[in-house]
Design a protein around this ligand. Structure first.
Ligand code: SAM
Length: 258
């Protein structure tokens, strides 16, 4: 997969040289290039921002350096996806990460200050498939941290990036539920024993225990996820656990009775 990140702080993306993403780059699974937006300015001060029309606080990123930086990234046969990190975007999720992992090329445009002149988005929509994308309902200083998170979430789904692909199967959000709690050696630690069933060797019982934990944890921490579950995919044992957590199926929907 080809990834291009445009930023005024290329150094901010240095963590993408580390760990599994760094290794994927060395192994040729990821062709990740970071571009300095200031290299596409024409003035002596390498200016990328100016005051906002209409007044108001802060500065706005000028359009022309963006067009200059993005145009050379259009060499492939397909219109690439251009992800524009923004607190005003669609909220990034595991299912979006899965969608993006199927693309050949992703381009990321890291905003700073009050954001990028809106005309860049209009212009880019003629050449890219533009997706304004938010990491969550809070405001960061720039798009770089959001890009670090999105690149990691997407790249770890690519074949060969994670050593054991089974690790991707039972993770949080993979099936609309949070992951079950995990434990390692020693089995007793500071007065706490691990759940006994995990030592039983009974795979069916362990699977049932883990599924119960997933349902309970999701009910407790993320009831919004439960309300999106398809009740058709729940078996009798699942429904029993959910009843104990205060949920019932009413008119085909899983609803809290609290
Ligand atoms: N004035 C903008 C607004 O209120 O929507 C916020 C600008 S923010 C200070 C500067 C840049 O940080 C944005 O252009 C965007 O690239 C990035 N950013 C901030 N919060 C973000 C979030 N929740 N998700 C993704 N990117 C974010």
């Amino acid at each position: 997969m080809r990834l291009d990140v445009v930023s005024i702080f290329p150094e901010y993306l240095a963590p993408l040289e580390l760990s599994l993403i760094g290794k994927a780059r060395v192994d040729g699974l990821l062709d990740l290039r970071v571009h300095d937006l200031r290299d596409f300015t024409t003035d002596r001060h390498r200016t990328v921002d100016d005051t906002p029309y209409g007044g108001g606080a802060g500065m706005v990123m000028k359009p022309e350096p963006w067009a200059q930086a993005l145009e050379p990234l259009l060499s492939g046969p397909e219109r690439p996806v251009l992800i524009v990190p923004s607190p005003a975007g669609e909220v990034f999720s595991q299912s979006i990460a899965e969608e993006l992992a199927a693309e050949q090329q992703l381009v990321f445009a890291c905003g700073r200050y009050e954001g990028i002149d809106e005309r860049v988005i209009e212009w880019a929509a003629q050449h890219f498939r533009v997706r304004p994308m938010s990491l969550g309902d809070y405001v960061l200083n720039g798009g770089e941290v959001a890009v670090l998170a999105m690149v990691e979430a997407v790249a770890r789904l690519l074949p060969g990036v994670i050593g054991n692909p089974d690790s991707l199967v039972e993770e949080s959000h993979q099936d609309g539920l949070l992951e079950y709690p995990v434990y390692t050696k020693p089995s007793a630690w500071r007065g706490q024993e691990i759940p006994e069933v995990l030592l039983s060797g009974n795979h069916a019982k362990i699977a049932r225990f883990r599924r119960d934990q997933q349902l309970r944890r999701t009910a407790q921490r993320r009831p919004d996820l439960l309300s999106r579950l398809d009740p058709e995919k729940l078996n009798r044992a699942d429904l029993q656990v959910l009843r104990e957590s205060g949920y019932r199926i009413i008119d085909g929907h899983l609803l809290s009775t609290d």
